[in-house]
Design a protein around this ligand. Structure first.
Ligand code: PMP
Length: 361
């Protein structure tokens, strides 16, 4: 069996130890005689898996007791709708930071429900900057302030948390959750699709401050209603049981690595090696993002001549480095280096980049 270094933006690489454990217990989970996929979600075995996963996530993110953790479906894209449907209450406006492709989608969905006020817009810079909050035009009557801590496509990441005062702060953490320590108490809602730093696609995690659960009325359909999911321990309908189990294995793996603080140190080192290689290439490779807004998770870079892109990707694949093609809106390459990408993968990539440059530069 051979595994490559997979730089996919998502669904993304999972820790090998987690895949191995899932493999080992696939046919018979801990003497139950069945696979996790075959268990009733209400049976005692799955209930124990579900509870342990939530406990571990609460521990590694230090989630305060007045927050609910929901294990839902529908991807982060459903959250673009659920956030306004659940949080507007009597209000008619919400604030949005528009800093990339995914926040654009959140704004578009917000506009279907309210007056979505764009407080900062970096589209003119092609999403390579993150202006300080002093220039944002916040509205004190907003139902919430929505932002995207890490924009997966442009590779731009906040290394600071916006200050929203009494307005609940809502974060789409799909591509940065668990990559560093955050203070959950600063947020009203945190949500993330699982398929980058949590586990397989099909699971969406929502972390919500309890007082916000009462804002939605009966007109919100049950499957889109945070309180209904919270009151039913995320089992209003059949949850994505196998993805929930896999997420639990990933949480245990993170604990074994030393938690999110340790992950952040490794992530900084990994990203540092890659950005250093790009910056030291004399322009052969280039990352256009403002230096203090560079993402630790998604590192886009373009080659000096796009005619070299195909050769670069072909040679990379032969070296066991796959899924490096950049998003079509940015072009070039993108290395997604989530928690589960081993540091060795970065070392091999950096060596390959140097060798390619020495041949073609
Ligand atoms: N937000 C961000 C930051 C993302 O990276 C993605 C997926 N790449 C999404 C939202 C959409 O997620 P999903 O496909 O789970 O709906």
């Amino acid at each position: 069996m051979s595994r490559v270094f997979n730089f996919s933006a998502g669904p993304a690489v999972l820790p090998k130890a987690v895949l191995q454990q899932a493999h080992d217990e696939l046919l018979d989970w801990q003497g139950s005689g069945v696979s996790v996929m075959e268990m009733s979600h209400r049976g005692k075995e799955f209930m124990s898996i579900a509870a342990q996963a939530e406990k571990d996530l609460r521990e590694i993110m230090a989630i305060p007791d007045n927050y609910k953790v929901l294990f839902l479906q529908g991807g982060a894209s459903s959250q673009f709708t659920m956030v306004p449907m659940n949080l507007l209450g009597d209000k008619t406006t919400a604030d949005y930071a528009y800093t990339g492709h995914w926040s654009k989608k959140a704004v578009a969905e917000g506009k279907r429900h309210c007056d979505a006020n764009v407080v900062v817009d970096t589209s003119a810079d092609k999403f390579t900057t993150l202006p300080p909050q002093s220039g944002w035009k916040l509205n004190k009557d907003a139902a919430y302030l929505h932002y995207t801590p890490n924009e997966t496509i442009a590779g731009v990441e906040f290394n600071w948390t916006p200050e929203a005062g009494d307005v609940p702060l809502v974060a789409d953490m799909s591509s940065s959750i668990l990559s560093r320590a955050i203070d959950v108490s600063k947020y009203g809602v945190i949500y993330a699709g699982a398929q980058k730093n949590i586990g397989p696609a099909g699971l969406t995690i929502v972390i919500i401050r309890e007082d916000l659960l009462d804002l939605a009325g009966d007109n919100v359909p049950p499957m889109l209603h945070y309180k209904i999911h919270a009151d039913n321990d995320s089992m209003y309908n059949t949850p994505p049981t196998f993805a929930w189990y896999m997420a639990g294995l990933v949480f245990q793996w993170i604990k074994k690595q030393g938690g999110v603080k340790a992950m952040a140190e490794i992530n900084k080192r990994k990203a540092g090696k890659l950005y250093d290689a790009i910056d030291a290439s004399g322009g052969f490779y280039r990352n256009p993002v403002q230096k203090d807004a560079r993402s630790l998770m998604n590192v886009p870079f373009i080659l000096v001549d796009e005619a070299l892109d195909k050769d670069f990707l072909d040679g990379a694949a032969k070296t066991g480095l796959v899924q490096l093609k950049g998003h079509r809106s940015v072009g070039g390459m993108r290395a997604s280096i989530y928690n589960a990408m081993p540091e060795e993968g970065i070392d091999v990539l950096v060596d390959y980049m140097k060798q390619f440059q020495s041949e073609k530069g």
